[in-house]
Design a protein. Structure first.
Ligand code: ADP
Ligand code: MG
Length: 598
């Protein structure tokens, strides 16, 4: 923040000049230049680090973590403006150094070594003095096991208490009356609820960054959350976001790429959020937002999650200090991994396949017993007996034995781990989508000449934009040419099993909706791409959806087998291209529990 000029300076009451007072005879009104009193300077500097109560919590807990604490407890009252207390069992501060710890630029964490190699969270020596400038600060600390430590209180930067105090090894920092001497900050602070929410978020991030430390947050004496210090990221994630996550988290990695080690946990497709608030990245023990990396992750998980939804995710990344570019800004630390592209691509792929291969889990208990009986109604005769052939073996799915079709829309399969239901429409969609998406690979589009070219009749308004897309379409395998006037000819299209005649899709022949292909191609020329979506992406999703076999269509065994076979060869056999689930799993254990077989 710049204090010399800019709109902020006028709004800052410490300057004692109201913007409005500068109107009229400016030179007559202009106060003389003077050097600001030291206390004012200190408060201004403090403003860069201590923006709100949550900043105090962050700085103090980071100090505890730097001090090697195994357990840290935070107490907050009055939204943090009345009281913030952070107690730890770390190394403590020797009594002789208590006063020094509150001086500006005094730190025990830099011993002349390279700034770029610091592994501690703090190193600027500014947090305690900044807090002391805007609040009453009390430190009670002991650096040995003698049972006696020292208490020191600073008010307005002056030591008002300095005396021995009972204390086991560790430090307790108490901050009272935050911002009482900085009216602008006080006024800018939100309601207690808002500040508590910010503090909660700060604490959750710290807890995920330090899963090996027990962290507790109490608000007005009530425990808000607590971690066990298990060291396990999955456990920590459940502890900070709630028990509802248990059973839905999938491990990621560990993975080694470009000298960087990464591992983590991601929520399954049934566990998504409308915002990015639970996407966490921790680099070398510090919760950070590496923009480039996050963007790559999002591109990767977009196709396997419903539109606009984001995963619950925690990623821990360990990199050699010289592999991390730390931009040391006083208020926040921006971090960039040098191998961002490689790491982002690898992690993205890992997240995408992990989510994409996970069948939907039953969240509701199965209805069994009386509740499972449907209202009396006739069940149609099984159209296609039982499948006599062996299991369907694919790389993406467990070996599955086809049981049959249910309600003309679901395929029922049996695997080593229980029962599976597959949505026939979405399965076909996934197959078609991947076929289209890979059609523009290096070998060029694998397209087939249509037995008879299809005529595309355009409206006058569509002609120009359609003509502009001809190259794009060709790169996808759609060979279109101008026939004359407003008419185009579609001569060839990519191999799409079940939609256009193709040898491997023989079993699916005639099930898709080839007519929809033309309608989709035409329909999309009118539209511009939406946010974050290219025209091509949208075309692929739309084409796959429109041309795939519908629900309600009876299927014979060869067609069902071909669908499962094709699905098992895709990269994300559990979600459709829109990100909706297509595979449901009822595990053996679930059935056992539901039927009470044990
Ligand atoms: P920094 O963390 O950048 O060094 P701070 O102003 O936050 O600066 O803290 C100043 C110094 O006070 C630290 O370097 C550390 O030696 C000491 N200190 C602060 N908090 C604690 C704590 N909870 N336990 C042990 N030492 C602490
Ligand atoms: Mg610090």
């Amino acid at each position: 923040m710049e204090y010399e000029a800019g709109p902020d300076a006028g709004a800052y009451p410490l300057f004692g000049v109201q913007p409005g007072s500068l109107t009229g005879n400016v030179s007559a009104m202009r106060p003389p230049i003077r050097v600001l009193p030291a206390a004012t300077v200190a408060r201004i500097a403090a403003g860069e680090i201590i923006e709100r109560p949550a900043s105090v919590v962050k700085e103090l807990v980071e100090n505890s973590l730097d001090a090697g604490a195994r357990s840290v407890r935070v107490d907050v009252r009055g939204g943090g403006l009345t009281l913030i207390r952070v107690g730890d069992d770390g190394t403590g501060i020797p009594p002789a150094e208590l006063r020094l710890a509150c001086e500006r630029h005094a730190t025990s964490k830099l011993d002349g070594s390279d700034l770029g190699l610091v592994r501690t969270l703090g190193f600027r020596g500014e947090a305690l003095p900044s807090v002391a400038a805007v609040a009453e600060l009390t430190l009670v600390s002991a650096a040995d096991d003698g049972g006696v430590g020292r208490r020191m209180t600073l008010r307005d930067g002056e030591v008002v208490v300095d005396e021995p105090a009972p204390r086991t090894r560790g430090t307790t920092v108490t901050v009272r009356h935050l911002f009482q001497n900085v009216p602008a900050r006080l006024a800018a602070s939100g309601r207690a609820q808002t500040e508590i929410a910010q503090i909660g978020q700060t604490m959750r991030r710290l807890a995920l960054a330090a899963p090996h430390v027990r962290l507790a947050l109490a608000v007005e004496g009530r425990l808000l959350f607590q971690t066990s210090g298990s060291g396990d990221l999955e456990t920590a994630l459940i502890e900070v976001y709630g028990q509802a996550l248990a059973g839905s988290l999938l491990p990621l990695g560990p993975l080694e790429v470009a000298g960087v080690r990464a591992w983590g946990v991601v929520g399954g497709p049934e566990l998504t959020r409308p915002g990015r608030g639970q996407v966490n990245t921790v680099v070398n023990g510090r919760w950070v937002q590496p923009r480039g990396l996050l963007a790559l992750l999002e591109v990767a998980y977009r196709p396997v999650l419903p539109r606009g939804r984001h995963p619950v995710l925690a990623l821990a990344i360990e990199a050699a200090p010289d592999q991390v570019d730390i931009n040391i800004h006083p208020a926040k630390l921006e971090v960039r991994l040098l191998a961002e592209r490689a790491v982002g691509a690898a992690l993205g792929e890992l997240v995408r396949t992990t989510i994409g291969q996970r069948p939907l889990l039953l969240r509701q208990p199965l209805a069994t017993g009386l509740a499972a009986l449907p209202p009396p109604m006739a069940i149609g005769e099984t159209r296609a007996g039982y499948d006599e052939q062996g299991p369907i073996v694919t790389p993406g799915l467990p070996p599955l034995r086809l049981v049959g079709q249910v309600q003309d829309r679901l395929l029922m399969l049996e695997g080593p781990e229980g029962l599976y239901l597959v949505d026939q429409h979405r399965a076909h969609e996934r197959i078609l989508f991947e076929r289209l998406a890979t059609a523009h690979g290096e070998s060029g589009p694998e397209s087939v000449a249509l037995p008879e070219p299809l005529l595309l009749e355009l409206r006058p308004a569509q002609v120009a934009s359609f003509a502009r897309r001809l190259d794009d379409l060709a790169s996808l395998g759609f060979e279109c040419e101008v026939f004359g006037g407003r008419t185009f000819l579609l001569r060839a299209a990519p191999v799409l099993p079940g939609v256009l005649p193709s040898p491997e899709g023989a079993a699916l022949a005639g099930l898709g909706q080839p007519d929809e292909m033309v309608a989709t191609l035409l329909g999309l020329t009118d539209e511009e791409a939406g946010e974050g979506e290219s025209w091509r992406d949208r075309l692929l999703v739309r084409l796959a959806c429109r041309t795939a076999v519908r629900r309600g269509r009876p299927l014979d065994h060869p067609a069902m087998r071909a669908l499962v076979e094709g699905l098992g060869h895709t990269s994300a056999p559990a979600v459709c291209p829109h990100g909706s689930p297509l595979l449901m799993h009822m595990s053996g254990t679930l059935l056992e529990r539901q039927f009470d077989w044990r």
